[in-house]
Unconditional design. Structure first.
Length: 141
């Protein structure tokens, strides 16, 4: 009877590990809503971000300056990598840009290259790298 008991004790552990597999749908759902841009850096230089927001819904977000929509960008998430990946589809001639993201409750960090640039490996934007680093906070209200 002891071998059967040992088997039953060990059985839940593999199942629990399978349940914790990262799921991009969970992150996509958590992103929904309005995010205020706190700061933006491009190619190592600060870029003005006051009054800018991103509104996430489904698999796209729209950038706003004040109440004026600027552009909508489709995205796909890959939550199985470390860091997690985001692919941005700007459409038309602008093409795709590849990046990484970190979602921590009401804070979001996006780091992505210009179209044609390599996907960043770290959350940094250094001169000559053609990388954007955007820090956001969920809008209150």
């Amino acid at each position: 009877m002891r071998p059967a008991l040992a088997f039953l004790i060990l059985l839940p552990f593999p199942l629990a590990a399978q349940e914790k597999k990262p799921d991009a749908r969970v992150d996509a759902e958590a992103l929904k809503g309005i995010w205020e841009i706190v700061s933006t850096t491009h190619d190592g230089k600060d870029v003005p971000a006051k009054g800018r927001t991103l509104v996430f819904s489904g698999n796209a977000f729209t950038a706003y300056t004040g109440d004026r929509p600027e552009r909508t960008i489709a995205f796909t998430l890959d939550a199985t990598t470390d860091p997690k990946r985001i692919d941005l589809d700007r459409g038309g001639k602008d093409g795709k840009a590849y990046g990484i993201y970190l979602l921590d409750k009401d804070e979001l960090r996006l780091c992505y290259g210009e179209p044609g640039a390599e996907r960043p490996r770290a959350f940094e934007s250094n001169a000559g790298r053609k990388v954007f680093l955007v820090l956001l906070k969920r809008a209150k209200g």
